[in-house]
Design a protein around this ligand. Structure first.
Ligand SMILES: Nc1ncnc2c1ncn2[C@@H]1O[C@H](COP(=O)(O)OP(=O)(O)OP(=O)(O)O)[C@@H](O)[C@H]1O
Ligand SMILES: [Mg+2]
Length: 560
């Protein structure tokens, strides 16, 4: 009777001595070799004969030592091992192979009565055991085939497990070498995974962070609720690895310092609770650069403003100066006449007739040379013109002052229409040669805003509009209020923006203007300012027809 241990349970309390997983380089393929270790030549021949249909080569050895020698230079996919050999026991061969680092699959053949030994060999890792009786060779091919199949599937499993381990190792390596922090967490913020960059960013080690709550441990208290809501929104999103959401938040590091972070997060599983994967980036530097950019743009617009204002003031100051020059000449004539009249009055008092005649003649000559009526007319005109010029200068200075006052960073209740009017006056010089300005400023309530920053928005939009008009056109400014928002639109009849460029115009440094004329920062700064006001800005444009920017600001204004 053939007995096979394949169906019998192995005693799990005794660990298999041989780690057969290490032998995975011999996934069985046609052409592999079975080594028969059998001291009886006749038995060996019978076994060999019974297996000849299998697509494998067969090699026979008659002793343990011979087998060990053969295995030093050859490979076998399976050993058919007679337990009792003249020079050594089957178990010793297996132990010796293990010492040499070879963990081969083996099938034990024992004489009846040695089952206990065979079971021990099973514990050593034998694939099966056979009791040698009269009929065992007839069933041997099936048993060997089954054993080979078992080995093959174990080896495939082992290769798959190794591949999986390798993939996990690679993923770990990628995650740990990422410059961004990686956090895997339940949707309530409980941390499941935490990479090296996350350790660097937050200051907490993997051990400190695992199973802790990201929100409670690494978010300042006042931002926790808002962040929880954002995570909750993510949970409601469809499960898809492609839809990463960008969230900006304020985080807290181990030393209690707050810093801005950007989180790119997505849900990694469905159902509740779900797993969220997030890449975290410390954006302190970016924030610093952004504020530097805003400063440099402010300086650039101040420069632009200063140039415009200088031109505006230069003009009236120029003609007031020339008028004053002419008035000085007139004053000289009147001074000359006055002194002649003074001398004449003295000559009349002294009764000196000839001197009277002479002075009279001199006065006549001066009056003939200078048309005093015209001069008097001119003096009046020059004085009116100069007064107008000085009023204009005063106005410009006042506009500048109101623009500058609004340029404070402070947040206050202000009316957008006032800001637009002040800004228009300041950039008037840029606009007047290019365009007719049509304003339709509606009844709008005051809102909580940063008036200075909004003025910068209007100024940039107006300057862009004027620069987009090649010769002459129209710039229209409209404001209106709805129940919930104030809508401001600034449109021009300029060259327009091609559709494919529309998506880029808010990108920092995107400009189509020649070097020195545009920095490409105007619209990106506008975008930031409008976002800070919880509003939005949109653009419609048609090449050759013009462009319209629409800003929507909520009536509740900026948050406190
Ligand atoms: N009203 C407009 N009509 C046509 N194109 C416009 C208009 N406004 C902006 N653009 C396009 O968008 C680009 C970016 O504008 P943005 O204000 O950001 O920078 P810029 O005007 O080029 O330079 P800067 O404002 O820094 O001096 C412009 O170069 C221009 O191509
Ligand atoms: Mg611009």
């Amino acid at each position: 009777m053939i007995q096979s241990a394949l169906t019998e349970p192995i005693d799990e309390t005794i660990p298999p001595k041989y780690d057969r997983c290490k032998n995975h380089d011999v996934v069985i393929s046609p052409g592999g070799t079975i080594l028969i270790i059998e001291d009886s030549n006749t038995q060996a021949r019978i076994i060999e004969e019974s297996l000849k249909e299998l697509p494998l080569q067969i090699h026979c050895t008659g002793s343990g030592h011979e087998a060990l020698e053969w295995l030093k230079v050859n490979k076998a996919v399976l050993l058919l091992l007679d337990y009792e050999l003249p020079d050594m026991k089957g178990i010793e061969i297996i132990d010796e192979l293990a010492r040499q680092g070879q963990y081969l699959e083996f099938l034990v053949m024992t004489a009846r009565g040695s089952e206990t030994v065979a079971v021990q060999m099973m514990k050593r890792g034998a694939v099966d055991y056979l009791i040698k009786d009269d009929t065992f060779t007839s069933l041997l091919p099936t048993i060997v085939e089954r054993a080979l199949k078992k080995i093959k599937s174990e080896q495939i499993l082992e290769i798959a497990q190794n591949a999986l381990k390798q993939a996990e190792k690679r993923t770990r390596l990628i995650i740990d070498s990422a410059a961004d922090g990686f956090i895997s967490m339940w949707d309530d913020g409980t941390i499941l995974d935490w990479n090296k960059a996350a350790e660097r960013i937050f200051g907490w080690s993997y051990k400190d962070a695992i199973e802790k709550n990201l929100i409670d441990m690494m978010m300042p208290e006042k931002h926790r609720e808002a962040f929880k809501d954002k995570l909750f929104e993510l949970r409601n999103e469809d499960h898809s690895l492609t839809q990463n959401k960008l969230i900006e938040a304020t985080a807290l590091n181990k030393s209690g310092q707050e810093f801005p972070i950007e989180i790119s997060a997505s849900s990694a599983s469905e159902g509740e609770p779900c797993v969220l994967n997030a890449f975290i980036r410390d954006i302190s530097n970016r924030h610093m650069l952004e504020s530097q950019l805003i400063q440099s743009e402010k300086l650039a617009s101040l420069g632009q403003l200063a140039a415009g204002v200088a031109h505006e003031i230069n003009n009236p100051v120029g003609f007031v100066k020339s008028n004053v020059g002419t008035l000085c000449e007139y004053v000289d004539i009147f001074t000359q006449l006055l002194s002649l009249y003074e001398e004449l009055s003295q000559a009349i008092r002294s009764g000196d007739k000839s001197q009277q005649d002479q002075l009279f003649k001199q006065i006549q000559t001066v009056r003939e040379e200078e048309d005093l009526t015209d001069i008097l007319e001119d003096v009046k005109e020059l004085l009116t013109e100069s007064t107008d010029g000085l009023i204009r200068v005063t106005e410009i200075v006042q506009n500048l002052k109101s623009f500058a006052r609004l340029d404070e960073a402070s947040i206050k209740e202000a009316n957008i229409n006032d800001g637009i009017t002040a800004t228009m006056k300041v950039v008037w010089n840029e606009l007047k040669y290019k365009s007719e300005i049509v304003t339709d400023l509606g009844e709008i309530p005051d809102i909580r805003c940063s008036p200075g920053q909004l003025n910068q928005v209007f100024m940039n939009l107006l300057v862009n509009a004027a620069q987009a008009i090649p010769e002459r056109g129209t710039i229209s400014i409209k404001t209106e209020a709805t129940d919930s928002e104030i809508i401001i639109s600034i449109s021009d009849t300029g060259v327009g923006i091609p559709e494919q460029e529309l998506s880029q115009i808010f990108t920092p440094f995107y400009t189509t203007k020649p070097v020195g004329q545009g920095t490409g920062l105007g619209l990106s700064i506008i975008y930031g300012i409008i976002q800070k006001h919880n509003g939005n800005i949109s653009v419609e444009s048609e090449v050759g027809t013009g462009t319209k920017f629409t800003i929507r600001l909520p009536l509740e204004g900026m948050s406190a």
